[in-house]
Design a protein around this ligand. Structure first.
Ligand code: ZN
Ligand code: ZN
Length: 397
């Protein structure tokens, strides 16, 4: 009994560990994380596709005086409901359940190397070495867009019962399953406000809809949250939503120091990695054109860019509205964010594919395709297939 209590206390201590110092007091190139923070040690740290060796419990970080930086790799939060996988993806089979209290990782992958060769080849990439990247720091959408271009394939894509992508149809991967995005199998697309899918540093994370029945998507701050009522609270509370574009879940831990929304600049200030390359960024080739990208900087602006130049403030910061009509575009949002917010139908895919963006932080093509893929209903799935085919046609031209 005493032993059990001790174990419980230890577990609590681990869970309460403040991991917000990543990038300043610990992290890649700085030093090891405090106990209970960060991913399992050794190897590429995200948890690239083969990192599933350690099946450790999820560690939800804390942030005692927000805003705080969220870990760039490893747990940013934990899921609170279970789901069912809809396609085969690597070691996860269709019909398998994804247990509750699974890891929620941030948007970034940790790079690819020899260790991932087999998995990269399984995506249809004949020469895996063309995507080797020891640095990492690309969000899952841009990473997939980059692999798709380098390997001349479409990613993600569905063939029969199999889903090909860096992460699976519900947005996660590996044996020690961790989410990066999506979460479509953890909530229903029905009703009004999406239900809760996880917890991140003391606040709740919900599915992507502010009001599904009325086609409303939430207007979010740079951390990925806003103030409003939720299924758990009739009064306005700060809460996160899953979103189709990066950071997908958490850009940082809010709210702001004055208990308000967190701006793009406030988010960037939390991360030494934002602009640590001198501000020039990295050019990333995708099927839709070249994207200039700030690796390991989880703060995206209203134009879908994570660069420190020409920052377009997020629409949420300049309005009292907490949502906007999906597909309508949200006030000052650019083509990229508008198209990714277009809710699963990918209506603006054609225009984004046709344009060659130089600063957009997202991979518009894969993002939109992904959005469609993440919706569960059969009607939407059939729509998706024709859409995917259309996108693919565009891509291979
Ligand atoms: Zn991962
Ligand atoms: Zn909300």
């Amino acid at each position: 009994m005493a032993k059990k209590l001790l174990a419980l206390l230890l577990l609590k201590a681990v869970r309460a560990q403040d991991c917000s110092g990543e990038g300043t007091t610990w992290g890649p190139g700085i030093g090891p994380p405090p106990d209970g923070c960060g991913p399992p040690t050794g190897g590429p740290t995200d948890g690239g596709p083969t990192d599933g060796g350690t099946s450790s419990g999820c560690n939800n970080p804390s942030c005692s005086s927000p805003p705080c930086a969220a870990p760039l790799l490893g747990d940013v939060g934990c899921s609170t409901v279970a789901g069912t996988e809809s396609y085969n993806h690597e070691m996860v089979q269709k019909g398998d359940s994804i247990p509750t209290d699974a890891h929620i990782f941030g948007p970034f992958e940790a790079g690819f190397g020899e260790q991932q060769k087999g998995i990269i080849e399984s995506w249809g990439c004949s020469d895996a070495s063309v995507v080797y990247d020891s640095e990492g720091g690309k969000d899952l959408n841009i990473a997939e867009a980059s692999v798709a271009k380098a390997c001349s394939i479409q990613l993600p894509r569905i063939v029969g019962e199999t889903y090909y992508g860096i992460v699976g149809p519900c947005g996660g991967h590996t044996g020690d399953y961790h989410f990066h995005r999506g979460f479509g199998c953890l909530y229903q697309e029905s009703g009004s406000h999406s239900t809760k899918v996880g917890v991140v540093a003391g606040y709740n994370l919900y599915g992507k809809w502010e009001d599904y029945a009325n086609n409303q998507l939430p207007l979010l701050d740079a951390c990925g949250a806003h103030f409003g009522p939720t299924p758990e609270s009739s009064s306005n509370v700060y809460h996160y939503h899953v979103q189709d574009q990066a950071p997908f879940t958490v850009g940082c831990y809010g709210p702001s120091a004055s208990n308000g929304l967190v701006s793009v600049a406030e988010c960037r200030a939390l991360y030494p990695k934002c602009d640590n390359d001198g501000g020039a960024g990295t050019a990333i080739e995708t099927h839709a054109g070249t994207v200039t990208y700030d690796k390991f900087c989880p703060c995206w602006d209203g134009a879908g860019s994570n660069m420190g130049t020409n920052i377009v403030e997020l629409p949420a910061l300049s309005t009292s509205a907490i949502s906007y009509t999906a597909g309508s575009g949200s006030s000052s949002a650019s083509t990229t964010s508008t198209s990714t917010a277009a809710t699963g139908t990918g209506v603006s895919t054609t225009s984004t594919v046709a344009s060659t963006s130089t600063t957009a932080g997202q991979g518009p093509t894969t993002t939109t395709t992904w959005t469609a893929i993440s919706s569960a209903s059969t009607a939407r799935m059939s729509k998706l297939f024709s859409l995917t085919a259309a996108v693919f046609t565009l891509l291979v031209r």
